[in-house]
Design a protein around this ligand. Structure first.
Ligand code: CDP
Length: 229
């Protein structure tokens, strides 16, 4: 079967990575979580005191960005882990501190250029599912299948709160709601690569869709595309 590029974009906490992982497993494709890369750069900026709630030393981060090493590696059980400068940071990048600052870091064109270059390299042989905000518009504008995911903010906040509390993080539902809506706003209004729906994307509103129904629907789109000449 023809290998394609699947680009999944959309609002925060819509389940993009869950769907992308399911697809990659089913199709035996590579899965790349581009948001994790922006989160890793943000963690680096926090750990080096370049950014906090009150300040942002953009120049210091921009000078360091090209020497950053961000890698996805599978562990013994086949689970993909994220490494920042050889240190495993998969859980650390999901915390609220990173979530609250990531959209500021992701708005910097220098950060985006560097990460987009890496993302395009990963997709050069196709057979890839990548999720993010600008995958179908900027990273792979020629992707064969583009999906734009959305759901009501209330549904998304509840899902993310469930996920964080299941991992033991003590968070307030209102704080999670505030974080996802403010990231939606920042991501959609920034000047470089804003979150917009690509003209040729399929819209997937999963507010009232079971994971099973959603997967069936998307597999139908995949089949239409892989059969095309
Ligand atoms: O998991 P969630 O949907 O909440 O976010 P994520 O995919 O981990 O992305 C975190 C943040 O990184 C987003 O809110 C964006 O600010 C940024 N991002 C981006 O600018 N471009 C991408 N391709 C992916 C993420």
């Amino acid at each position: 079967m023809k290998k394609i590029i699947i680009a999944i974009d959309g609002h925060s906490s819509t389940g993009k990575s869950t769907l992308a992982k399911q697809l990659a497993k089913k199709l035996d494709y590579i899965y790349v979580d581009s948001g994790a890369m922006y989160r890793a750069v943000t963690l680096f900026a926090i750990e080096n005191n370049y950014i906090d709630e009150n300040k942002f030393d953009k120049d210091a981060l921009i000078s360091a960005i090209s020497s950053l090493k961000i890698e996805f590696k599978k562990d013994e059980s086949g689970v993909t882990k994220l490494f920042l400068n050889n240190k495993e940071v998969s859980s650390k990048i999901r915390g609220m501190q990173v979530s609250n600052l990531v959209s500021k870091v992701a708005a910097l064109p220098e950060v985006r250029q560097c990460l987009v270059k890496e993302q395009r390299k990963m997709g050069q042989y196709k057979g890839i599912v990548m999720d993010g905000r600008d995958i179908g518009t900027v990273v792979f504008p020629d992707a064969e299948l583009k999906i734009f995911m959305t759901a009501s903010a209330k549904t998304r906040a509840q899902r993310r709160w469930d996920e964080l509390t299941a991992k033991g993080e003590q968070v307030d539902l209102d704080a999670v709601y505030e974080n996802i809506t403010s990231r939606d706003h920042k991501d959609s209004t920034r000047s470089d690569s804003p979150l917009v729906q690509a003209k040729d994307a399929h819209i997937l509103d999963n507010s009232n869709l079971t994971p099973k129904k959603q997967f069936e629907l998307v597999l139908g789109w995949v089949n239409q595309n892989t059969k095309k000449k």
